[in-house]
Design a protein around this ligand. Structure first.
Ligand code: MCA
Ligand code: AMP
Length: 490
């Protein structure tokens, strides 16, 4: 049998009552393993399972249960509106949705269970049809933390899919990135080595449990290294200060907010390592963090499709504006035009995904002919090997608060509003969010607030525009194609 993915769950000292705390509720590894064993027994044999990824112990239990049983997990953002949720469920063909007790009620509101409306009534999953008719048929399976079962199944094949993570492209609906168990294991081991991350650590963060950062690093990282985990529910400066951890994760927006709360920031002085990722950490935030906490933050870079691939190190230099060197097993190159120093960052290594679910062309298109993954990020590599991310090749992928948002997905949501005739969405620079979503629309008889709420209702709330500008017409070129560069300032 191969080594288990979640190494620490197999260890004997599992009765520490606060090994895992999520939003104020704690449990031991023993309790987690028992409740997850019960989940595994209920879902074993399913081709795929969706998890309504609230920041709760139930979500962690559901994910661990699915990983024990070898069933690929599709995390569903808990605030996703019907359009996004149905796309994820239909495209992944998930017929089961694991939820905590509260989540079951919410899921019922958004998309009732199958024809008979109760457990055991899962209808056949519909074809992959973004915006298809009616809610996706799915059976809601509640996660009960009081249940216990010893899971005795074999460790699944390391090549098997651990997660299907939905992530935005420049156009169209999000695609499901297939992430294998061995990619997760390779990434977590490389990060543990770079950050000297061990069972002695207490990891603290409050990031969403439906992306690589909060879920793969932030939950499975703790379960693989054996460190304690405190998930603060929301990533507020006060909650980070109160948690008393040694290792902290945050997106740049979180670190910016920490620097705006000097008392909270100073409380982090006792930590061992502050880690930033998911978006560029502005140099002023780096410097303010150092002034207030005494720590130069570690910055690391990654993508849903590649997991984390570059990082500065616990025992190495940390330089503002740089994301360090490749993690163990990763090779990088910059595809620069002759004479230029910057170009597209391309990668190979054991942490790469296995393609987009059901989209062979998109998968092929994300690789070069000689097999390197095309990140779409523009980068430079210094002579000492340090990498600097300069920006994205396409302005149609927006990073706001560390979330990746496709302009096309938001434009399509806006165009679904009966009053909207044309829409163009961009990311405008923003001090706190990195970029904020700004929508330019041609529309009649609808207000800014109504359109913001409409998008928040259809997609995840973080995909809503923060500003809407009304225009008489979008600027277009002679071919009729909208020219985003010619839009007026936000
Ligand atoms: C506001 N709210 C609304 C509306 N406006 N609800 C409905 N309709 C509206 N019109 C509510 C929200 O639901 C939320 O409620 C509250 O207002 C605040 O929402 P918001 O303003 O969006 O939050 P924020 O304060 O701007 O969030 C900042 C944040 C967040 C906490 C930093 O952006 C965040 O969690 N980012 C992390 C993203 C991440 O993990 N990315 C990793 C991707 P309530 O308060 O009740 O919730 S993985 C990745 O990138 C790679 C692999 C990597 O390198 O890591
Ligand atoms: P996602 O797929 O949501 O994981 O987003 C991945 C994208 O986030 C990358 O392609 C980068 O554009 C961006 N990103 C992640 N980490 C960093 C970082 N440390 N610096 C700059 N950009 C980053």
């Amino acid at each position: 049998m191969s080594a288990p993915l979640l190494t620490s769950l197999a260890e004997p000292d599992g009765d520490r009552p606060d090994a895992l705390t999520v939003a104020g509720r704690s449990c031991s590894r023993e309790a987690l393993l028992g409740a997850a064993g019960a989940v595994a027994a209920r879902i074993a044999g399913a081709p795929v399972v969706a998890v309504r990824a609230t920041p709760t112990v139930e979500t962690v239990t559901a994910v661990v249960g699915a990983l024990l049983a070898g069933v690929p997990v599709v995390p569903v953002p808990p605030d996703s509106g019907p359009a996004e949720r149905d796309h994820i469920l239909r495209d992944s063909k998930a017929a089961l949705l694991l939820t905590g007790p509260q989540g079951a009620a919410d899921a019922g509101r958004q998309a009732p269970a199958g024809p008979a409306g109760g457990a055991g009534s899962a209808g056949a999953p519909g074809p992959a049809a973004p915006g298809g008719a009616g809610p996706a048929p799915v059976e809601t399976v509640p996660v009960d933390l009081a249940e216990r079962a010893a899971w005795t199944g074999p460790e699944p094949d390391p090549k098997a899919t651990a997660f299907i993570l939905y992530t935005s492209g420049t156009t169209g609906a999000p695609k499901g990135a297939l992430i294998s168990r061995r990619a997760v294991a390779a990434d977590l081991d490389a990060l543990a080595e770079a950050w000297a991350w061990t069972a002695e650590d207490t990891l603290v963060h409050g990031l969403p449990l439906f992306h690589v950062h909060g879920l793969v690093l932030g939950v499975l990282g703790a379960l693989r290294t054996g460190s304690r985990l405190v998930h603060t529910g929301r990533p507020t400066p006060a909650a980070y200060a109160e948690a008393g951890g040694s290792l902290y994760f945050g997106v740049p927006t979180v670190w910016h907010r920490v620097t705006q709360d000097p008392d909270a920031a100073r409380a982090l002085s006792a930590a061992r390592l502050l880690v930033s990722g998911s978006a560029p950490l502005p140099a002023p935030v780096f410097r303010d963090l150092e002034l207030l906490t005494g720590h130069r933050p570690v910055e690391r870079y990654g993508m849903t499709e590649t997991l984390i691939t570059l990082s500065t190190r616990a025992d190495g230099e940390r330089r503002p504006g740089y994301v360090g060197t490749p993690l163990s097993g990763i090779r990088t190159r910059v595809a620069a035009e002759e004479g230029a120093e910057i170009g597209e960052l391309q990668l190979t290594g054991p942490t790469l995904f296995d393609g987009y679910l059901g989209r062979p062309e998109a998968t092929t298109g994300s690789y070069t002919e000689d097999g390197w993954f095309r990140t779409g990020d523009i980068a430079a590599i210094e002579p000492d090997g340090f990498h600097r991310i300069v920006g994205r090749a396409s302005t149609d992928l927006i990073k706001s608060g560390g979330y990746r948002i496709g302009a096309g997905e938001v434009e399509n949501a806006l165009l679904d509003h009966p009053a909207v005739r044309e829409a163009a969405v961009v990311g405008a620079p923003h001090e706190d969010l990195g970029q904020q979503i700004v929508a330019y629309v041609v529309a009649d008889g609808v207000s800014e607030a109504e359109l913001i709420d409409f998008v928040a209702g259809q997609l995840s709330v973080h995909k809503r525009p923060r500003k809407v500008r009304f225009l008489d017409a979008l600027p277009r070129n002679a071919m009729g194609k909208p020219q985003k560069k010619l839009l007026p300032p936000a």
